[in-house]
Every structure is written in C-alpha cells, then in structure tokens.
Ligand binder design. Structure first.
Ligand code: SF4
Length: 221
C-alpha cells in the first residue's frame, strides 16, 4: 500500500557535492521544478532559478510555462533569472535533426544548448555548481541529461554539475502531488514544435483530440 503523503513527509537535509555553496538551477517548467525547488528550499541551499528554454514553441506556450515557474519561485522566495528566448539559434542548432525521435540526437543538442548557456551564466556570476530540473521527468533519459550537464560544466575550471537523481525516494510522486496542489499548468508535449508534431501524430492515430496551440507550425490539421 502506498502510504506516501506530502503533508507527513519529512524532507532530509540535502548537501551539495564538491563542497559547493551557491547553486544555479536550470529550470524547464514549474511541474518539473516544484519538487526540486521545495527540496533545496527545505535544505537552505542558496539557489537561483535560471529559465533558459528557447526550445519551447510557440511563444504563447513558452510564456505560460515561464509565468508558472515565476509564480512558484516568488512563492518560495527564489531569485529568478529570465534568460533569452533565442529560438532562432535553437532552430539553427537542431537543423538536420527535425525528425529525430525524443531521447535521440536532437534532444542531446537541445540539452547541450540549454546547459552551455546555464554553465556560462554560472561561471560569470560566481556560482560553483549548477543542476537542472529536466531529469525528474520519467519521459527523459537521465544519463543523456547528466552527460550534457557534465559536458557543459567541464568548460569551466571551477564549475561542477550536480547530477542528483530527483526521481528517487518518492521524488516523482511528490512532483505530481505538488503540481496538483499548486494547480500548475500541465503541458502536453515536451516543448519544441517537433515534439508537438509527434505528440499530435500519436493523438490523431489514437483518435485523441489534437493539441491546437502552435498548429500553424506544422502540417497536422
Ligand atoms: S523533444 Fe524536448 S528535449 Fe527533445 S529537442 Fe524537443 S524540446 Fe528539446
């Protein structure tokens, strides 16, 4: 029987590796970030949220996801860095990988791009470690994410990547519970136009209603 309850959960005090003191947290969205933000807040870890996700399309969807994340950051008292929406550069980087499947090469490029910018910001602003909220999603390949994070951190001498597995010890359940409790906007595709296209292809095939947002970007009607 699952006796888990967020109310009765006593959060352990987390300790960052490498003796790190100042954490930059790359955040992809409020639903993924919720549990992780609560975990670091409960551990009094000096954390700044970094929202850099030019992969999200269309802009309307990007703004909704960002605003939800800002709302929760304000609630918990975190600083929030609203980084660029340089979508043209994102499209440039993934050119040639439009048809790659999720968890494939396009996603590696997408993670690399987001983490390279996060690492640069961390380096320029005296953070000694960074992490990402992306790995808590069971739709993602944790090794793929961690490898991208390590590659980005390795560009700088004094920067490390925190590859903590946020899914474990009930993290996945709490993520869902917090999303529900906070009434977060629930996105229905990973973020890019290609993931939206593929989600809608699957929905159409399975007689499910297709997602209308961003419909002009791709061919399914
Ligand atoms: S499916 Fe998700 S992770 Fe992969 S390229 Fe698209 S937005 Fe990035």
């Amino acid at each position: 029987m699952n006796t888990y309850s967020l109310e009765s959960f006593k959060r352990p005090k987390l300790k960052m590796p490498y003796g790190a003191k100042k954490l930059l947290m790359h955040s992809c969205c409020a639903p993924c970030a919720g549990e992780i933000m609560e975990a670091v807040a409960a551990s009094n870890i000096d954390t700044t949220i970094y929202f850099y996700n030019p992969n999200i399309h269309p802009k309307e969807e990007y703004e909704i996801r960002k605003d939800e994340n800002i709302r929760f950051a304000k609630k918990l008292g975190f600083s929030f860095i609203d980084a660029d929406y340089d979508k043209d550069y994102w499209f440039e980087r993934v050119k040639g990988y439009e048809d790659a499947p999720e968890r494939g090469d396009r996603c590696t490029i997408c993670f690399d791009m987001r983490f390279e910018r996060s690492a640069l910001y961390a380096h320029e602003n005296n953070f000694d470690i960074f992490t990402t909220t992306l790995g808590i999603s069971r739709w993602k390949d944790l090794n793929q994410i961690n490898n991208s994070g390590l590659r980005a951190a390795n560009r700088y001498n004094k920067l490390n990547f925190w590859d903590f597995n946020w899914r474990k010890q009930g993290g996945s359940s709490r993520m869902l519970e917090i999303s529900k409790k906070e009434n977060f906007y629930k996105q229905e595709y990973c973020g890019c136009v290609y993931s939206l296209r593929d989600t809608n292809r699957w929905r159409k095939f399975n007689d499910r209603e297709i997602i209308k947002r961003g419909i002009n970007f791709y061919e399914i009607k």
